[in-house]
Design a protein around this ligand. Structure first.
Ligand code: ATR
Length: 279
């Protein structure tokens, strides 16, 4: 023992912009709870500086990073090794620095599943699922949802061609179809509707298919806020059985990253309570 304090392991989240990110608070609560000695930084990095910033963080002793918008897809090109789930979703949200190698993983899908099944108690086997939106967020969640063996997944999107590309990509793995919002059949009703458009985050309320919601439909918005998002208010107004924002997914995906880095799984319920938001 040389009496020097142990160097603190560095982690952080890189995005652009990133000031709104809750990840530093969540990871600090995880660290306090588990007694792990680490620091977690907020790193605003423009797309043109991404590669340099990641390499510099690694060179200066960084152990791992979360990657958020708009970098999640670009980062897949910068890693030495990609997990199966990151490869399938075409996006990385977690980097682990191992010696000189960079490992890229994606914990968003498993984070959603832990919230839907573990926290909220949904039974997804044989469920009819409607996903609104066909961007990166949708691509990241279809694989894990199909693993739960639903009866069907319908992807509805403003731009039909994007929904079709995703449906074709995943159709070998399960029953996935594509349509426009207005083509969701009036008679259809769904067990679960997931809003994966970026509309809520922008405060917009697109003409979502009203007839898809019944009093047995569970509605989940991947977006979250301190007050209800436009989608979650819309779903509640339409009489959904429940309308929930994505706070649980946010904390669950963070817990998966923390586990990858530290080999310790935090108690997510406690942290959800500490954040004082209603899930
Ligand atoms: P992300 O990675 O967050 O999914 P993205 O790839 O830009 O971001 O995808 C955003 C999704 O939200 C798309 O499905 C987009 O619809 P289009 O494919 O038609 O562009 C959808 N979206 C965003 N704003 C919307 C709005 N106001 N109305 C309807 N759909 C919207």
């Amino acid at each position: 023992m040389d009496g020097k304090p142990a160097a603190v392991d560095r982690y952080g989240v890189m995005g652009y912009p990133v000031s709104h990110s809750r990840s530093p608070v969540i990871h600090r609560l995880f660290a306090l709870q588990t007694g792990e000695n680490l620091q977690y930084e907020l790193l605003q990095v423009a797309p043109s500086k991404l590669e340099t910033a990641i390499r510099q963080f690694q060179r200066t002793g960084g152990k791992g990073l979360n990657i958020t918008l708009p970098h999640k897809s670009e980062v897949t090109r910068l890693v030495d090794d990609l997990s199966e789930r990151a490869n399938s979703s075409g996006a990385v949200n977690t980097l682990v620095f191992r010696d000189k190698e960079i490992f890229g993983d994606n914990t968003d899908g498993i984070g959603l599943m832990r919230d839907l099944v573990g926290n909220l108690g949904l039974e997804l086997k044989d469920a009819s699922i409607l996903i609104l939106g066909a961007g990166g967020a949708t691509r990241g969640i279809i694989g894990p949802l199909l693993d739960a063996e639903p009866k069907s997944i319908t992807i509805a999107n403003r731009t039909l061609s994007r929904a079709r590309v995703l449906a074709e990509h995943f159709s070998a793995s399960g029953p996935v179809t594509a349509c426009r919002f207005r083509e969701v059949k009036p008679s259809s009703s769904f067990d679960l509707i997931i809003n994966a458009t970026s509309a809520s985050a922008k405060g917009e309320l697109p003409p979502y298919p009203e007839s898809a919601v019944t009093d047995r439909t569970f509605c989940y918005d991947l977006s979250y806020g301190l007050s209800p998002t436009p989608f979650s208010s819309w779903a509640a107004r339409k009489g959904a059985a429940r309308s929930v924002m994505g706070w649980g997914m946010l904390v669950e995906q963070a817990a998966e990253s923390f586990d990858l880095w530290r080999g310790v799984r935090p108690d997510t319920q406690k942290v959800l309570e500490q954040l004082e938001i209603s899930a």
